[in-house]
Design a binder for this molecule. Sequence first.
Ligand code: KG4
Ligand code: ZN
Length: 339
Amino acid sequence: MAAMLVLGIESSCDETGLALCDSERGLLAHALHSQVDLHEAYGGVVPELASRDHIRRIVPLLRKVLADAGARAGDIDAVAYTAGPGLAGALLVGAGFAEALAFALGVPVLPVHHLEGHLLSPLLAAEAPRFPFVALLVSGGHTQLMRVAGVGRYELLGETLDDAAGEAFDKTAKLLGLGYPGGPQLARLAERGETGRFALPRPMLRSGDLDFSFSGLKTAVMTLVGRQALDEQAKADLCAEFQAAIVEVLSAKALAALAATGLKQLVIAGGVGANLALRAALAAGAAEAGARVFHPEPALCTDNGAMIAFAGAQRLAAGFAPKPAGGFGVRPRWDLQEA
Ligand code: KG4
Ligand code: ZN
């Protein structure tokens, strides 16, 4: 197959990301606008504001990636975009723009599953895993363990029964009066705290399966916070305990997934994958099990366009047919195994 230039567009939540990926030369350019400042005042993502901001950012970001890659719009061979899961209005901005641009250019489109983007993003790193591998997907919306046999070949091994790991971080951070987004702030405060002062559960640690549950942890923190006034050190200690609980469960189950599949490569993807305590625990556990851990480049851990452009290019290379532009819908809820 001749080299194809794929434009990728991500707009499922609060980041507008665009990128150009060449099926042979790899990632050529990517640009991102984060809406963190926009939503900060509200303590969380306001969907309608997110949609409107995507509209404002998308064309300037396209111009930027074209300029950075030294390409023209006419060079684009296919347009990949996040078709779900995510916020319906935000997804529609990316999908509408992608479909219209592809129609105007006379090229096909590749609707991409957001989690497939995260899942394949470690393949863009200098040290990339090879199929098959186990992936731990930990984002604001999802916590899943997958067996990845190849592009488009994903087997769900286990997932959260309620809150996602990132969601638990964010909700707990909010309870403690930390800013938005809470995950990184809670992690930063945890560095100054000590575990052992507060008792928090390790939900489903011994459930014997690969599923998770994090909503009880948030409730346990709420109970502790309601019972006493916390000074700064106590807050830091509580953050440290909370992070340790999540990290312990995530790493135990990820290692159990390696044991259950007999695989020796573990990929960590999604925003929570940026958590340093989680990285350290997994590195130590994997080393003990004779396995290796792979991460996306730090800039590609959270939502971005590069992973969507790359997933699109990978799908093309794997022989998945793109679809003609025009006539589209988005899937705010979408199981990866149906992708
Ligand atoms: O993958 P992502 O950017 O967006 C979704 O698809 O959800 O993940 C965002 C999530 C948020 O919940 C954020 O709080 C969390 O990842 N996160 C972290 C850290 N950095 C981001 N959680 C814990 N520790 C971090 N260092
Ligand atoms: Zn994501």
